[in-house]
Design a protein around this ligand. Structure first.
Ligand code: HEC
Length: 95
């Protein structure tokens, strides 16, 4: 019995670590889902003539696209969406 408890404890520790490391990414994903899919879908991030060609242009574009919304994002929130888009779509090298 106790052997199973130890295995369960070890497994739950393993599964909790990636969750906490990915906290920022989850915020970006959530914000993006809530506020970024009304005008365009994710297809604009992978089309053949991308407007965004670097991490800093991506940052500017997220800010530009976030402007018309009622809810204004903090720098951390903008960065979390930049990180989310970069890790899922653009894959620019990060400093
Ligand atoms: C008010 C409408 C609108 C909303 C809301 C919006 N966008 Fe956009 N977005 C646009 C338009 C228009 C373009 C340019 C599309 C084109 O050139 O075909 C664009 C393009 C982009 C691009 C550039 C794609 C490329 O070519 O590389 C990114 C990145 C982007 N949006 C991110 C976001 C994010 C992040 C949000 C949420 C904050 C968001 N958008 C919300 C209108 C919007």
């Amino acid at each position: 019995m106790s052997r199973y408890l130890i295995i369960a404890a070890v497994l739950s520790t393993i599964f909790c670590i990636p969750k906490s490391l990915a906290a920022d990414d989850n915020l970006g994903e959530k914000l993006h889902q809530q506020q970024c899919l009304s005008c365009h879908g994710t297809e604009v991030y992978t089309r053949s003539h991308l407007h965004v060609t670097s991490l800093s242009i991506l940052h500017q574009q997220v800010k530009r696209c976030e402007m018309p919304s009622d809810v204004h994002w903090s720098n951390e929130e903008v960065m979390s969406v930049v990180n989310y888009l970069n890790s899922h779509f653009y894959h620019f090298p990060t400093p």
